[in-house]
Ligand binder design. Structure first.
Ligand code: NAD
Ligand code: AKB
Length: 320
């Protein structure tokens, strides 16, 4: 039986991963942890939860001991755009927090899942079909924390035998919790604006191709990797995973298939534009497919149809 702690459980991914893991392993076996208690009445409040700060090692250790935790999902981070505004905090959470989790895992023999990102690549990385093993010289603080995290996790596996695993997620698209300040957030915001106002002002320029993935696939990827046969994993902490690649124009045209009067204009945010320009257009995820059977279910048409339906239901606004 697994006893799981999710750090950063109230975020875009954590809020859904916690519920999925509770369904799989039992509500009492999955503890949600974040800086604040979950809002009363929220799904996260239905199970065990702890207020904890990843930058304070002692609090993680205490929660792990109290709940006999054997697996930690470390989702705490400042996403790329926010991290550029608060680089010191981004380092503290992303790197010092990661180090704290690994030290606690070493002492208590926990397994650790940590997402890396397309943000771990940089302007000198090959942009198309970005290889699994390639140049990683990111120019954002977010990317610097992600590469450092990948390396630290590799080190703790090799040096201390900690069962560390991780994925390089692309932009994640979902309808439950809004994204927390990244460069790919536009691919979520566009659905809310389309349904509320039938138009969207896009902060990324035409031609800004980025990898993306629907939340259902992102959750499966994390769980499948953590359940994979360790003997088959050659790239433990840094699997490229992707499900689709598009630029804003392609996404807008897909939405127009369901909502012909939808209109998109551009007001480009120079910070996000500069970040996106250094990230891959599309990644090669063949290592994940070969080593643990990665196989996403949602491509652009399925994701778009489902997002329109779910966001419209959530907002109580019909879109057809
Ligand atoms: P998010 O910003 O939505 O959530 C992060 C959570 O971490 C928040 O609930 C926040 O309160 C919590 N947190 C921040 N500082 C903390 C601290 N000191 N101690 C404890 N908790 C703290 O992020 P997300 O989108 O859910 O991303 C989760 C992970 O996946 C991150 O590592 C992120 O870099 C990675 N990732 C996300 C995406 C994406 O598109 N969402 C893509 C690639 C990688
Ligand atoms: C961001 O845009 O910062 C994240 C990511 C791709 O890591 N969504």
């Amino acid at each position: 039986m697994k006893n799981i702690l999710i750090i950063g459980a109230q975020g875009q991914i954590g809020s859904e991963l916690t519920c999925k893991l509770r369904k799989k392993y039992g509500v009492d076996n999955v503890v949600s942890g974040d800086l604040y208690p979950p809002p009363r009445g929220s799904k996260l409040a239905d199970g065990p939860n702890e207020v904890l700060d990843i930058t304070v090692a002692g609090t993680i250790y205490q929660v792990v001991k109290d709940h006999k935790i054997d697996t930690i999902y470390n989702l705490a981070a400042l996403l790329s755009a926010v991290a550029e505004q608060r680089p010191q905090d981004a380092w503290n959470v992303g790197v010092n927090g990661m180090y704290n989790v690994l030290e606690v895992a070493r002492e208590t023999k926990c397994a650790v899942f940590t997402p890396s990102s397309i943000g771990s690549f940089g302007p000198t990385t090959p942009m198309d079909n970005t290889p699994q093993d390639t140049i990683q010289r990111p120019t954002t603080i977010y990317g610097v924390t992600k590469v450092t995290g990948e390396l630290l996790c590799d080190y703790y596996y090799k040096r201390f035998g900690v069962d560390t695993r991780g994925l390089r997620y692309p932009g994640i698209i979902s309808y439950v919790t809004l994204p927390g300040g990244g460069t790919t957030d536009y691919a979520v915001e566009i659905f809310y604006e389309a349904i509320k106002h039938r138009k969207f002002v896009c902060p990324l320029p035409k031609g800004a191709f980025l990898d993306m993935m629907y939340m259902a696939d992102a959750l499966d990827a994390a769980i499948d990797l953590m359940e994979a046969d360790p003997a088959k994993l050659k790239h433990r902490n840094s699997f490229n995973v992707t499900a689709m690649s598009f630029d804003p124009e392609i996404l807008a045209n897909e939405i127009k298939k369901h909502m012909p009067d939808f209109e998109m204009t551009y007001d480009v945010d120079p910070v996000k534009e500069a970040i996106a320009a250094t990230w891959p257009n599309s990644m090669d995820d063949s290592a994940a497919r070969e080593e643990w059977g990665w196989n996403p279910k949602f491509e652009l048409p399925e994701m778009t149809a489902d997002m329109l339906e779910k966001v419209s239901e959530k907002l109580g606004i019909a879109y057809k």
